[in-house]
Design a protein around this ligand. Sequence first.
Ligand SMILES: CC(C)(COP(=O)(O)OP(=O)(O)OC[C@H]1O[C@@H](n2cnc3c(N)ncnc32)[C@H](O)[C@@H]1OP(=O)(O)O)[C@@H](O)C(=O)NCCC(=O)NCCS
Length: 356
Amino acid sequence: MASTGEAQTQGGSGEAQDGGTPPSNLPTFFVICHSQIQASRALSLLSESEQASVLKYYHLNDAKMSLASHLLKHMAITKYCNVPWPQSTISRDTNGKPCFIPKGATKPVTMDFNVSHQAGIVSFIASVGFDARVDVGTDVVCANERERHDYAHIETKGFFDWVDMHGDVFAESELNHMKLSPVPINLGRPDVSMRGFAKDALSRCQWRNAKLDLKVTAVDGEESVAQVDSNSVVDKKLRRFYAMWCLREAYVKMTGEALLAPWLKDLEISDVQAPDAASDIQEANSLVGGEVVKEFNIFFKGRKVTDVKMELSALGPAYMVAGSLSMPKDNPDLALGPWHILRLEEDILSVAERTL
Ligand SMILES: CC(C)(COP(=O)(O)OP(=O)(O)OC[C@H]1O[C@@H](n2cnc3c(N)ncnc32)[C@H](O)[C@@H]1OP(=O)(O)O)[C@@H](O)C(=O)NCCC(=O)NCCS
């Protein structure tokens, strides 16, 4: 099932509620790190070791994303666990997943959160207000961030070889789907469609800079040939790859085992197609929300997984952001909230400074 939604600026989604009622959706935010921020003001809110981990980055954009990641985690602890900023220490669980362990306690609170950063965006998801812990994970990808590099490989070795470089991370069925399942293609003519073996040309397509002759059939049964640029097919296959990467990372980060999970190849998220970007995007930097895909067929060691909910949203022309949550048994309607844009200065620094 898919729907189209706008990314919104911050709202009240998923706030912890008074009176013990568990929330019906989870807070999901992203921060855009392209803008100017008062770095010294922001850095002064972090511990010395956190400051050092931000400043170690050679590229300014990477440092900004690391800074936003630290600030988001502290903000979540301060806001949702009602802890003053200086006490919002970030620990790691046994797998290395960041968590909050209150002073004097030996285990994390029943809150979980997760961040991801890519190409100037930091995504953040949290679960709070539940009796038992609800594990969450997020990942953000930018399908064209490494475009030159990706194309260079594909033009010399082909798309299938490019997919195989990531073979250790995906299930065999997913690798086949990425390479061979036809991608939806605009034939430029509403009166024709592709039937049966005609789609094989799309399946086999793995080279750029070629023309594909596709056999198409009109409603009256008349057959003809439509020519399609192979670059558009390869681009769609690439976008689908990044969509599948994004979902998988959100899932494995939810569990905390991340890419070290010994069961990586036993997890199958099948038949994924990438969510479409909004159709009327004018600016390359736009982060307008596009299609949101909410239903996935997830299998673990061949059995259907029914206690994990995932969402994958298109943002702007090239970003996709995924969220994953382990469903509590007593709250089957729990869902991810819409992705809200958080402003570093207004929404984070001011919260921090109020609780210093
Ligand atoms: C850790 C890992 C999930 C990061 O994935 P990535 O796509 O490179 O990066 P992302 O931007 O999506 O996510 C980075 C965030 O994941 C979070 N993270 C780190 N370890 C995690 C884990 N085990 N589970 C869930 N989230 C984790 C962190 O918050 C990190 O951001 P931060 O360093 O700013 O706090 C991935 O590199 C991995 O699985 N590595 C193998 C495990 C590993 O090296 N663990 C080291 C932990 S110290």
